[in-house]
Design a protein around this ligand. Structure first.
Ligand SMILES: C[S@@+](CC[C@H](N)C(=O)[O-])C[C@H]1O[C@@H](n2cnc3c(N)ncnc32)[C@H](O)[C@@H]1O
Length: 253
């Protein structure tokens, strides 16, 4: 990237594109969520919304024989996604396309499963699960992870961070009610372990950031961007008993 053309979006892509995941998660957690579904190996059509470069999609593909379509707003992530599918010889049935999660160009009742890790809060939990429900077959499943309050105190510092980031955290109980009201039966909810934040995301991201700081040495915008990314790590370290990523799994009624 040219020194003079650094933008916040460019930095976001550059600090995440080589990571296996672009948010907290792990192979074990993806498999754990998948294990709540009946007969996933029989699903014929699955969507992974906001798939990033596809870390979790490739795990799904090893457990599901059908076709999986990944959708992400970033063409750079989708290019890596499709290269990864090819390298793993999954490209015949795993494809990434560029698109936005709030304007899906699919048929109604097309999917057996809609998956989305770490992204539904971009449009809001309620809006996302209500809108995506139309694209699920009857008795199809939804499985999404997103940041949520996991204790009864809601520290202002955490609240402000997530509101500034464009998301607002809700409690697990409230999200489950939203899910039921939207027309799903509730199957399960569980909190991602701390290691999914550190081993799965923060540690590899911090390594990449060190290299990027060197590459753009003296660039104030890059330094500020990375300082705020480090604040996110401190915030989670200080308040991990109050909030976390929670996986929510439901079945369309
Ligand atoms: C936290 S990352 C999670 C990526 C991946 N699911 C994972 O867990 O590694 C959020 C993803 O949402 C994508 N995204 C953000 N807004 C989007 C939108 N409106 N439509 C589709 N994807 C979006 C970003 O490009 C990014 O890949």
């Amino acid at each position: 990237m040219d020194y003079k053309q650094v933008t916040e979006m460019g930095l976001l892509i550059e600090t995440h594109i080589e990571l296996e995941r672009q948010g907290p998660g792990s192979l074990e957690t993806t498999v754990k969520a998948l294990n709540f579904l009946d007969n996933p190996s029989k699903f014929s059509r699955v969507a992974d919304i906001a798939c990033g470069t596809g870390g979790q999609t490739m795990v799904l593909a090893r457990n599901i024989a059908g076709n999986i379509i990944g959708i992400d707003i970033s063409p750079d992530f989708i290019e890596v996604f499709n290269n990864n599918a090819k390298k793993l010889n999954l490209h015949e049935r795993v494809k990434g396309i560029v698109g936005s999660m709030d304007v899906l160009s699919f048929e109604k009742e097309e999917f057996d499963l809609i998956w989305s890790e770490g992204a539904i809060d971009n449009i809001g939990f309620e809006k996302g699960i209500s809108y995506w429900r139309d694209f699920l077959k009857r008795a199809g499943y939804i499985a999404v992870s997103c940041p949520s309050w996991i204790a009864d105190e809601y520290p202002d510092e955490v609240d402000k961070f997530w509101v500034d980031a464009g998301s607002s955290l809700d409690t697990v109980g409230h999200n489950v009610k939203i899910m039921q009201k939207a027309g799903y039966s509730f199957i399960a909810a569980f909190t991602l372990p701390e290691k999914d934040w550190f081993d799965g995301y923060f540690i590899p991201r911090t390594e990449t950031e060190k290299a990027i700081l060197k590459k753009y040495a003296g660039n104030k915008m890059v330094e500020d961007y990375i300082a705020s990314s480090r604040q996110e790590v401190d915030l989670y370290s200080n308040y991990k008993q109050h909030y976390g990523y929670v996986f929510y799994i439901g079945k369309k009624i």
